[in-house]
Unconditional design. Sequence first.
Length: 463
Amino acid sequence: MKQKLRLGDSYALTYKNKKSLLCVQTLAKAPALPGLGLAIGVLALLLLISTSVYAKHEAHPDSITPLQIGDTIPESLWHLPLQVVNHPEGKATITLGDYRDKKLIILDFWATWCGSCISAIPKARQLESRFGPDMAVLFAGHNKPSDIAKFIAGHAKGDTLRESVVAGALKSYFPHAYIPHYVWLSHGRVAAITDGQELTGANITALLNGGSPALRRKRDVLGFDRFRPFSEYLEQVFSGDLIVQTMLTGYIDGLGGSGAIRYSGDSLLRRQNLINAPLIRIYNTAVGKPFNHFIIEASDESLFDNVTDDPYWHEAHTYCFEMVTPASMPEGRRKQLLIAELNGKLGLHCRVEEREIDCYKLVASEKTSAAESAAKGGKSGTADVVDAFNFFSKYVHNRTAYNPILVDGCPDGVRLPMPPRDALDGIPALNAFLAPFGVRAVPAREMVEVFVLSDQQQVAQTK
């Protein structure tokens, strides 16, 4: 029976009876809570009794009615014991009722594997500090308590997580398909359900002052299975047309963002899709180059990547794309088709080019030999080190920063240890790591194969 889709409601993605969650950039399965093993000895018996007492107060998910915006928070939720990790007073459980005197409680659903959630934690904590007397942020993690504790211990510096409850039954009261997910509770009611874009000081101030800020509701699409072909949801979800072997639409609210490559059951077809992805990332699936090898030459660079501070940029400049090809098709041909399909449908002129550009070149001293470098502990080829450096990226001021292009100029056979992450953070760090091995990166001007992202107007202007 074909499952009907409902738009505008929250839900938890399920696939083969296993709950799954999607981070807006990361697809990962939320681990299930471990069951109790056979009680052995007094210690195990005590653990069993303790856990049984806690479970007695835990609401059963099947008996919970999900809450919607405007609903009154039931007393059962106010008094629901929530398992807490790293509480400053050493408590094992807390309740929402502990914060009932606050004018605003924000539930921040997160997970240790969700990069978007983690990067948003400092902002939430800063807002909590700013509005502390009137507001509380309660972090609810989609992980086992031990994983949450490990994460907190490893991120002890700065405005990061200090404590978190285990999402548990909260997920049934406020079901959702992807995270980050924010639930705003005010004056005993569900005031809003949003994503991180609405979490601003202005919105909080307006709500605390008795106003009704126009908080845009986060939408989770019910019944969408991202492991199925997009074409099955054409009428219910997507507004574009299915064209031969590809499907291309604009941004679809409620789906988050991800990418996947799947083969059909008989391995005859290769299905590749990306959800709400920028063009630079979609083209990258065809080219497979590091992002520092991409050059944007367009009348409007924001067409390809987020070079602005507009929090809603993604709604106008990201796409859902699916391409189905025979599994036997040569990879080079598949890449050509993907580039041609996108160029044709979007009126672009993106292409691979050989260009002479300023870069850095990895060179070895005259005394450095294959035998000597191996004797010093080198196990990786220089090409592997070059690839690791070029693929390195980090977040700087809420944007992704990339290294300059590095090319390999070392003789064959030179071996190097693989640099740790901190040694890949720029040329000075790399050179400091490579110095004992007689290898360094020097400024150069070389012919490099790059990928040019360009629109037709820009091409016409440069001829």
